[in-house]
Design a protein around this ligand. Structure first.
Ligand code: N7H
Length: 507
């Protein structure tokens, strides 16, 4: 039976389980990160452009604010039973965007679901969603596009068993586990676990910081119809992230509207090695201590200080006040009066991770195709004393740490895959604006954080310039990878109405 959207929404509300009203948010809210719009603000902005926030899964537009988040990857072993339970039992648990915006409407655990192409195939859904990267799966991108070393891939990602993923987010792991049990009971043996990864915000003052120590999640674009832009924040069409919305130029099946492609990556971070590299190659600003000179090098590799302050505004000294102020901490675009943007690396290096992955005014204003919404979370334990003392990551898998990276976009080849291949992994992308005339001196080298130096080869030397503000032409050689891809998969995160009307049985 097909439901109209209006009757679907009435039915969806009726299906919501009785909520125990929350008094504390399931999301974290560090000062540096942009606040989410209030429910009223989002309702008004979305009404202006006809965006239906009750139909869009909650993880897509929220960003990196999860406290605990389990990625539960599954294989569908009984498609008929799965499809029947999906509509009747799972759909009422799925958390739309609108539900996350006020504490008292948030569920105990937010639940989202997404499917790989293999998963859609298993369900008998044969429509072409119009994204070749999704259709072929991430394994198809492994070496040539992403530069991953396949032997580092977690076997589950390299195999064929990942049909989908549940994203379960809450403020406690107990809540997450209780909801996982509930989901498994409802699905009644129709899925098996293929793999899982538990993410969690780091403890204490490190909340919101990833494992290298940098505040993360400051810069995501403002999406028209959802959020009000902060100073410096790019405002982008919803169709860059949501299929079938304004700005999505690809022809899709109508049921795919308001879904998004989710690129998942398990990115291991070799934190002791990163820290040792910074100490060994500390810069030599005479006004800074040795520790500060090590921090300075890290900040210039990232393009932000650990506090979150952008080096484009704070090139040599951290500015924690600026860092904590969302009215200021994203308000930069790499241009400075009296400096030639095409050659100036005294403010921010061309290779800095944030400049590589979002070149801002290095691009022509009309070039807006290559953006993602980041929605990941750290995973794994804190660095141990023994690792700190040895400067080497322990190889015990239970001590692996990193970033459970999640990027949403309406076109993976323009979004995550483009950023990784064409910008992060490419040393010679400085001709972003064709009018610029470059000297090889100013080629920036590949991204010192996530760039890979070869086609599926590890630890290929990277040679960025610009890291030393006192001599921006100086090359600092990086001989090892601090981020190691353990693989991932591409998924489609459907709208609630698509779950109801297309993916469930009886549709
Ligand atoms: Fe990156 N990090 O925590 O160290 N990233 N990232 N990223 N990243 C950013 O602005 C990090 C990765 C982007 O708009 C910050 O929110 C780490 C991949 C984009 O100015 C920090 C890993 C890709 C931005 C990190 C990792 C991207 C961005 C600054 C891997 C895409 C926004 C905080 C382990 C292919 C840039 C902030 C902008 C920012 C970190 C991976 C993309 C601190 C550790 C794979 C688009």
């Amino acid at each position: 039976m097909k439901l109209s959207l209006a009757s679907f929404l009435v039915a969806a509300v009726a299906l919501q389980p009785a909520l125990s009203v929350r008094t504390n948010s399931l999301l974290i809210d560090p000062a540096a990160l942009p606040a989410l719009p209030s429910a009223q603000q989002a309702a008004s902005a979305s009404a202006d452009v006809g965006l239906n926030l009750t139909n869009i899964q909650g993880d897509i537009l929220i960003g990196m604010k999860k406290n605990k988040e389990l990625f539960f990857f599954f294989t569908i072993v009984n498609p008929t039973l799965f499809r029947s339970q999906l509509g009747s039992g799972i759909l009422p648990l799925i958390t739309p965007t609108s539900q996350l915006l006020a504490v008292d409407t948030q569920p105990t655990t937010a639940v989202n679901i997404a499917f790989s192409q293999r998963g859609l195939n298993a369900l008998g859904i044969t429509d072409d969603l119009g994204d070749t990267a999704f259709t072929n799966g991430q394994i198809d991108n492994v070496a040539t596009i992403l530069g991953d070393e396949t032997s580092n891939w977690e076997p589950a990602f390299a195999g064929t068993g990942i049909h989908g993923v549940f994203l379960l987010a809450s403020d406690t792991i107990d809540n997450v586990n209780a909801t996982l049990s509930q989901v498994q009971n409802i699905l009644n043996g129709s899925i098996t676990e293929a793999y899982s990864l538990q993410g969690q915000a780091r403890p204490g003052d490190e909340q919101g910081h990833e494992h290298f120590g940098f505040m993360d999640g400051i810069s995501n674009p403002a999406v028209t119809g959802f959020s009000t832009p902060l100073p410096g924040q790019q405002v982008l069409d919803p169709g860059l992230f949501l299929l079938g919305e304004s700005g999505d130029l690809v022809s899709r099946p109508s049921w795919a509207k308001d879904g998004s492609f989710l690129a998942f990556r398990q990115l291991q971070q070799r934190v002791p090695e990163f820290n040792a590299f910074l100490v060994d190659n500390a810069l030599s600003n005479p006004n800074l201590t040795a520790d500060q000179n090590a921090e300075l090098l890290g900040a210039r590799m990232m393009g932000r200080w650990k506090s979150g302050a952008p080096v484009d505004l704070a090139p040599t000294v951290d500015d924690p006040v600026l860092a904590a102020d969302p009215q200021q901490n994203n308000n930069f675009n790499y241009t400075h009066p009296g400096f030639d943007e095409a050659t100036d690396q005294t403010h921010c290096p061309f290779s800095a991770h944030v400049r590589k992955t979002n070149p801002r005014s290095d691009l022509n204003p009309e070039d807006t195709a290559n953006h993602i919404i980041r929605a990941g979370i750290p995973y794994g334990p804190e660095v141990t004393d023994a690792e700190n003392a040895s400067n080497v990551s322990n190889t015990d898998p239970s001590l692996e740490r990193g970033l459970a990276f999640v990027a949403y976009q309406s076109d993976i080849n323009n979004g995550f895959a483009f950023l990784q291949q064409n910008w992060a992994n490419n040393a010679n992308t400085r001709n972003l604006k064709l009018t610029w005339n470059f000297s090889p001196l100013f080629m920036q080298g590949i991204d010192p954080i996530i760039g890979t130096g070869g086609l599926g080869q590890a630890d290929v030397p990277r040679t960025p310039s610009g890291l030393d503000p006192s001599d921006p032409t100086r090359i600092i050689t990086i001989n090892q990878d601090f981020v190691v891809s353990r693989g991932g998969e591409y998924f489609f995160s459907p709208s609630l109405s698509a779950i109801q009307n297309t993916l469930s049985l009886g549709a």
